[in-house]
Design a binder for this molecule. Structure first.
Ligand SMILES: Cc1ncc(COP(=O)(O)O)c(C=O)c1O
Length: 391
């Protein structure tokens, strides 16, 4: 066989695989496991939303749509943002429908990044942020957040990391994996920081409907950052629509246009049937979101005190459907804790280190699973903690 050169580009070869996957592979092989590992709703998509896709299928709506997404969906998204967040976006020029928020993040970064640009983001965070920045040929710069601050992102921490090369700040609140939210004052300070340093603000608000104490707030409600904000949101979490692969970006027309070019060449258009479902979710989905939110809150309110009672210090998260528990008292690394919990007590959670180095010492547990299963997981966790205390 002839010698051949390395085909995979070095910046791709160097990317680590997601730390979450390895755990899911083990979980998938065993039936006795209670999983607090998943990052997707356990609810089925509300029936009337799925039905909108079925009807579209029966009507033969199986063609491409406009690259930007159907006008009906873009109008429905803008009406929703105005109704929920008092945000005004032009459906025709400032809105792009994407394949989940995952694609919207990728497009936004590729549209704004040049080699040498630095992108600030907070850790622990969604596993895709640093890799997606690298794939856009820019440099990810992590800003650590801490349990003592309830994992809020502070401007002091941002000021310590900003440089003349910083192009953008990527934020995600309510946050995966910590469940942290920001107060309006925190958001104002972050918006001012972006204005002061002339940065783009990428706001991944995919969990924006899932806040349990007070009303949701969006960066899109701040008029003076409109010209530098790229709002990223979607249907996966709040409407339980992960498999529909539907999201969107709203922002300044020239940035949306740039993102559309990349989307046009790489994707063409978001799935057509999903777009019909998306209109139904935007226009008639509020009651479903409220029902699921109430159930997540019930689970959170059971789980967090139960964990604290067994010695797993856990900040009460205000949003999303994750808790980030401090396991340092166990003396185990987050990887060992999660592996032993899985192997010895059949409960799956995700090691905090999967979400960045400052997630070490913590594990992420998702309460997007039924209360009876959460109760069983708590019994098993308590047994695990008793075992650890004996040794
Ligand atoms: C913070 C965050 N952003 C984006 C995504 C991707 O969402 P989507 O299914 O819309 O691509 C996820 C999924 O877990 C997430 O947690």
């Amino acid at each position: 066989m002839s010698e051949r050169r390395q085909f995979v580009a070095p910046h791709v070869a160097e990317l680590p695989k997601s730390g979450i996957r390895a755990f899911f592979d083990i979980v998938a092989q065993r039936r006795d496991i209670v999983s607090l590992g998943v990052g997707e709703p356990d609810f089925d998509t509300p029936w009337h939303i799925s039905r909108a896709a079925s009807i579209a299928l029966e009507e033969g709506r199986t063609h491409y749509t406009s690259n930007l997404g159907t006008p009906d969906l873009r109008k429905a998204i803008c009406a929703y943002l105005s109704r929920r967040f008092q945000a005004t976006y032009d459906w025709a020029h400032e809105t792009l429908v994407t394949v989940g928020v995952a694609e919207a993040i990728d497009l936004a970064l590729r549209a704004i990044c040049s080699p040498g640009d630095e992108i600030l983001y907070h850790e622990p965070c969604f596993v895709s942020y640093a890799p997606t920045v690298r794939l856009a040929h820019a440099t990810p710069v992590a800003v650590e957040t801490y349990a003592k601050d309830a994992f809020r992102l502070t401007v002091d921490a941002l000021e310590a990391k900003v440089t003349p090369r910083t192009k953008a700040l990527l934020v995600n609140f309510p946050c995966n994996p910590t469940g942290a939210t920001l107060s309006v004052e925190d958001m104002r300070a972050i918006a001012d920081f972006c204005i002061r340093h002339d940065l783009v603000l990428l706001a991944d608000e995919v969990y924006s409907e899932l806040v349990y104490d007070g009303e949701p707030v969006s960066f899109a409600s701040f008029p003076d950052i409109r010209d530098r904000l790229i709002l990223l949101n979607g249907f996966s979490k709040s409407w339980a629509m992960t498999g529909f692969r539907l999201g969107y970006a709203c922002g300044p027309a020239e940035v949306i246009d740039a993102m559309m070019k990349i989307h046009q060449y790489g994707i063409m258009s978001a799935p057509t049937l999903s777009q019909f479902a998306g209109v139904e979710a935007m226009e008639n989905g509020d009651a479903d979101v409220a029902r699921m939110r109430a159930e997540y809150k019930r689970r959170r309110d059971y789980l967090v005190p139960a964990l604290n009672a067994m010695g797993l210090a856990t900040v009460m998260p205000k949003g999303a459907f994750y808790i980030f528990s401090d396991i340092r008292a166990s003396g185990l690394s987050s990887q060992d804790f999660a592996l032993r919990l899985l192997n010895e007590h059949a409960v799956a959670c995700v090691p905090g280190a999967a979400f960045g180095p400052c997630g070490e010492g913590f594990v992420r547990m998702s309460y997007a699973t039924s209360l009876p299963k959460i109760k069983l997981a708590v019994e098993r966790l308590a047994a695990f903690m008793r075992d650890l205390a004996k040794r």
